[in-house]
Design a protein around this ligand. Structure first.
Ligand code: 5GP
Ligand code: MG
Ligand code: MG
Length: 183
């Protein structure tokens, strides 16, 4: 799917495919140098992080392991509450492992801070976070995000894994929906 196929659904492209891929390459190089020689486990948060995980992991040169979690965050409407339920847990134990949580976007940061605390209680050797996108509110939460792709304004975005009613995840770029789509 490309911008033209979206017709009137799309207001504008916020981060292009090329910008995403270039930034992920830079992040992968940082990750390679930070973790050199250490066993790294990437933990992807379903479903939004699927694209970031696929592209970031292929740009990392060091051997890695991969696992996935799915969580649902309860909240009113589009805001998350920080009350989180695990829909799919990790398949393996993470004790003693260097864990890098891979996220699509951090908005309030409530889901992520719950997730990091949960994973921390399992005794990993280290735990860090990589996200493609970060919104301004995320800075208010006490979670250190080591690798950030792009800081974006506080607007609802879709594409590159991010959905609106399960649509638009397959866009290779990140864009803003036209208000008419959700109003
Ligand atoms: P947080 O707990 O940080 O507020 O929520 C993070 C989750 O909310 C993301 O993983 C994503 O599922 C959803 N989310 C937050 N902002 C956006 C956005 O702009 N677009 C889309 N599609 N989902 C978002
Ligand atoms: Mg996410
Ligand atoms: Mg969603």
């Amino acid at each position: 799917m490309n911008a033209a196929d979206m017709g009137t659904d799309l207001e504008r492209v916020l981060v292009t495919e090329e910008e995403i891929q270039n930034r992920l390459q830079e992040m992968a190089a940082e990750i390679d140098s930070d973790y050199h020689g250490r066993d790294l486990l990437l933990v992807g948060v379903l479903k939004g992080a699927v694209m970031v995980m696929a592209d970031l992991s292929r740009k990392i040169s060091s051997p890695i392991q991969m696992d996935w979690m799915a969580v649902s965050s309860y909240g009113s409407g589009t805001k998350s509450s920080g009350v989180v339920r695990i829909l799919k847990d990790l398949d393996r134990d993470i004790s003693g492992k260097h864990v890098l949580v891979v996220e699509d976007i951090i908005d309030s940061g409530l889901t992520l801070s719950w997730l990091v605390a949960n994973l921390e209680s399992r005794g990993p050797a280290s735990i860090e976070v990589a996200t493609l996108l970060r919104k301004p509110d995320a800075l208010k939460v006490d979670v250190t995000v080591k690798y950030v792709g792009f800081d974006i304004p506080d607007e609802f975005v879709v594409g590159y894994g991010l959905d609106y009613a399960e649509r638009y995840r397959n866009l290779p770029f990140v864009g803003l929906l036209a208000p008419a789509v959700y109003s």
